[in-house]
Design a protein around this ligand. Sequence first.
Ligand SMILES: Nc1ncnc2c1ncn2[C@@H]1O[C@H](COP(=O)(O)OP(=O)(O)OP(=O)(O)O)[C@@H](O)[C@H]1O
Length: 293
Amino acid sequence: MTAQIECADLVRIFSAEGVEVQALQGLTLRVDRGELTAVVGASGSGKSTLLSILSGLDVPTAGSANVAGHDLLAMDTRERTAYRRHSVGFVWQQTSRNLLPYLTAGENLAMALAVARSPRRQRSARVGELLDLLEVGAVRDRRPAQMSGGQQQRVAIAVALANAPEVLFADEPTGELDEASSQLVFDALRDVNERLGVTVLIVTHDQRVSHQVRRTVQIRDGRLSTEVLRTTRLDAQGVEQHHAEEYAVLDRVGRLQLPEEYLKALSLKDLVRLELEPDHVKVHPTADEEAPS
Ligand SMILES: Nc1ncnc2c1ncn2[C@@H]1O[C@H](COP(=O)(O)OP(=O)(O)OP(=O)(O)O)[C@@H](O)[C@H]1O
């Protein structure tokens, strides 16, 4: 498989009024071409910082980042603009960032196609095709305020696909939607991923996204901590069974983050005792009297 997004040891330090904040602390992530992946994490974990870097809006303090064959640290301003215009697409949480309020769905899309330099004579047909793909052909002549939240986001996905991007980034795409509309938007993202083969990265604080995608990676304190992989199998009756398994991410130097509930359940802190067994590693809490003074 070819990597479509590859970040290694990403560090981003912000300095404000003499205080340093390490938003990313050595984050490593690989997403293969055609994958549909979600990045989840609590507020402040570093999700927006990662997305700003991947979308070419920000540069990391250290590490490497490569998207669709572009080295994001080596690009000059012109290459950065071309990268954003031709290689990647964006869907943001707020409609106002995705669609112009005074244009209809069709006009928004036609404008995105013009910016993407799509041949003029094919534009009208492309508008129809993309709106139909997202099942929002019926709102072609409506302005955003005349659409439901779910329709706005699906039109936004159509607009994001206007430049036929290799990678689609979606930042909290369901943040302002109810459960039913969120489902439609996730279905739409899954559909464009499957039908067009575009690599999709969804960034969200909503843990429920892991039911919607095959792979969910969790950021904690600016680093990947766990990964949930969902698989679908057919049972003996031929009925689809979904199975989700959570893995801890082990980085190149052997660091891993234990899930917070494990730390709490066994009061694990500061020092733990490790024991190597033939096929696994045990982690024991250290009793106070055991701990070196
Ligand atoms: N421009 C900045 N200057 C200073 N600190 C920043 C800046 N941007 C982000 N941070 C800090 O970096 C850390 C990670 O922030 P980030 O916005 O990436 O998290 P997040 O997971 O996207 O959070 P949220 O879900 O609330 O948007 C936070 O501690 C944040 O306060």
